[in-house]
Design a protein around this ligand. Structure first.
Ligand SMILES: NC(=O)c1ccc[n+]([C@@H]2O[C@H](COP(=O)([O-])OP(=O)(O)OC[C@H]3O[C@@H](n4cnc5c(N)ncnc54)[C@H](O)[C@@H]3O)[C@@H](O)[C@H]2O)c1
Length: 352
């Protein structure tokens, strides 16, 4: 099998961590019976400042139709207005390709990485399935009478039956495929935001198709608390876009930090996009100290999505061994290891 992967390193630490993910993917492909070729795209703030070009629609469409998946580093740079470059690239793919699942595994690889006392790897092993195309991110709203005392700003939460149903069904399928606690927890705020009743009803209806899966529910405020107090209660969480955005950063900290958390932006069966959940961390740009494990883990998720499950597990196991043995002593930028050293260690470990 030969996979064609588009890489967009992007801004800040993005290109540095993406290079390490590519290194590990090449190493694991050498061990397996598949090939990967990479095509690098220059989009990001440097490219925008040099050319005025953001992410042309024809390029985006060509990637969608000719590539197996996209590996993204990070987008965002303080030299330009917030969102100017992020929106067309990240949202361009999420919305333009209808990547309706944002899949975020939360897995603790080694006890010493967890900021919560007495939590072990077996306590922290869940996936959050965040809806990725609707809600406050749909862009419904705007600003009226901007800059005047009468200014009004509106951003509407948009939930469709189709949008809720497909992501809830994906969550139930995940619970089955994982075969662990076989439980799906719906997280919402339907007590205060009554429009979220659409989630409650859709969850109940779709859930009837999955009698083997336990159903649970938590309001977002309580879920933030439980995620820290009792992360072992969660198996699969399904959540709307904005609440999922926030909840998964808590998830990242529970598993040790932004330096390891990865995500997939997925439309099952179609070209999908994988990225570390951290941003471009501009303060570390060019210092070569950013931890590339989030990007490497995103590469593993991509392989899993493409069907190379053994290779994905090989990468995850290599990361787990390096972290458990403290050969990679921490996930932060002051671990004492350069970005490329961490990449080398994982590449060597997967080649064993
Ligand atoms: N998907 C994306 O590309 C994405 C996601 C989030 C933020 N952003 C963008 O990134 C820029 C910076 O945003 P921010 O500062 O809020 O978030 P950030 O994730 O870039 O950084 C927050 C902090 O986390 C730590 N950190 C992040 N990644 C790390 C790594 N790999 N290794 C070690 N430490 C790491 C650093 O201390 C950093 O200052 C903004 O322009 C924002 O829009 C992009």
């Amino acid at each position: 099998m030969n996979y064609h992967i588009a890489t967009i390193g992007g801004d800040g630490i993005g290109p540095e961590v993406t290079a390490e993910a590519v290194k590990v993917l090449k190493a694991v492909a050498d061990r397996g019976k598949f090939q990967i070729d990479f095509t690098d795209y220059p989009y990001g703030t440097d490219h925008y400042l040099a050319t005025g070009e953001l992410f042309p629609n024809d390029v985006r469409e060509a990637i969608r139709t000719t590539k197996s998946a996209v590996l993204l580093g990070a987008i965002g740079d303080p030299r330009v207005e917030p969102g100017l470059v992020e929106r067309p690239i990240i949202m361009g793919m999420r919305f333009g390709w209808d990547l309706y699942v944002n899949l975020r595994p939360v897995r603790l690889y080694a006890e010493h990485l967890c900021p919560i006392k007495n939590k072990k790897p077996e306590d922290i092993d869940m996936v959050v399935v965040r809806e990725n195309t609707e809600d406050l991110y749909a862009g419904i709203g705007g600003i009226l009478k901007k800059g005047t005392p009468d200014e009004v700003a509106i951003a509407d939460m948009v939930f469709t039956r189709k949008g809720c149903e497909r992501v809830i069904r994906y969550a139930f399928e995940q619970a089955r495929a994982r075969g662990k606690k076989k439980k799906v927890t719906l997280v919402d705020k339907a007590n205060a935001i009554r429009a979220m009743d659409i989630w409650t009803r859709t969850f109940a209806e779709v859930g009837m198709e999955y009698p083997d899966i336990e159903k649970d529910h938590a309001y977002i405020d309580a879920a933030c608390m439980w995620m820290i107090k009792n992360p072992e209660w969660f198996d699969v969480v399904v959540v709307s876009n904005i609440f999922g955005d926030i909840l998964t950063d808590i998830g990242a900290m529970v598993q040790g930090g932004l330096g390891i958390a990865a995500s997939g932006n997925i439309h099952p069966g179609q070209t999908s996009m994988f990225e570390p959940i951290h941003g471009s961390a501009p303060k570390y740009k060019g210092k070569h100290v950013a931890n590339p494990l989030g990007a490497i883990a995103a590469g593993a998720m991509m392989l899993d999505y493409l069907g190379e499950k053994k290779a994905a597990v090989r990468i995850e196991d290599a990361m787990a061994r390096l972290l458990l043995s403290k050969r990679i002593p921490s996930l932060s930028a002051d671990s004492g290891l350069k970005t490329s050293q961490v990449g080398d260690m994982v590449a060597e470990e997967v080649s064993r």
